[in-house]
Design a protein around this ligand. Structure first.
Ligand code: DQA
Length: 153
């Protein structure tokens, strides 16, 4: 059993009402409930955290160093394109993560083409609306199973 953390950055508390043509009509609570059920079905424990504040996201990532978090599903939202500090926190704790976006940032404004996370992520899932989160969880479950197979008994 692994511990999976869903981590969401600024404005993602507004899902369901925010730019629904890009991000869909599901709320963050809907997404958290679905992922929690899917993670538990696969035998993993699941937690979720959202903040608009960079320092709070930093503290949550720092906590992953010793709270047993095995893998993060991370949508850094606007911090994707700005935050060296969040990148450094992930490098400092070494917690593996998938980068998740509902929209496809590569197909939007030029400033969204830069990500401070993609090159250090296990993988990037983008462009599938709220379903991106489920796809990221599926990828995480497969990754954890492959890693467990490699472990000596
Ligand atoms: C986003 C894409 C970002 O560019 C944007 O700032 C967000 C959401 C996405 O999920 O598509 O807030 O991360």
């Amino acid at each position: 059993m692994a511990q999976i953390l869903l981590l969401n950055g600024p404005n993602l508390n507004l899902l369901g009402q925010r730019e629904t043509h890009l991000y869909g009509k599901r709320t963050l609570a809907d997404i958290e409930n679905e992922l929690s059920g899917l993670a538990k079905e696969a035998g993993h424990s699941f937690g979720s955290y959202q903040s608009d504040a960079e320092h709070e996201l930093l503290q949550r990532i720092h906590g992953c160093g010793d709270d047993g978090t095995d893998l993060i599903l991370f949508n850094p939202a606007a911090f994707t394109h700005t935050s060296v500090a969040l990148r450094d926190a992930l490098l400092a704790t070494g917690t593996p993560f998938f980068e998740v976006h509902m929209s496809n940032p590569a197909a939007r404004e030029p400033f969204r083409r830069q990500s401070f996370f993609s090159d250090i992520a296990l993988g990037v899932i983008a462009g599938f609306g709220p379903h991106s989160y489920c796809l990221a969880l599926q990828a995480a479950i497969q990754h954890l199973a492959a890693a467990a197979e490699k472990q000596p008994e």
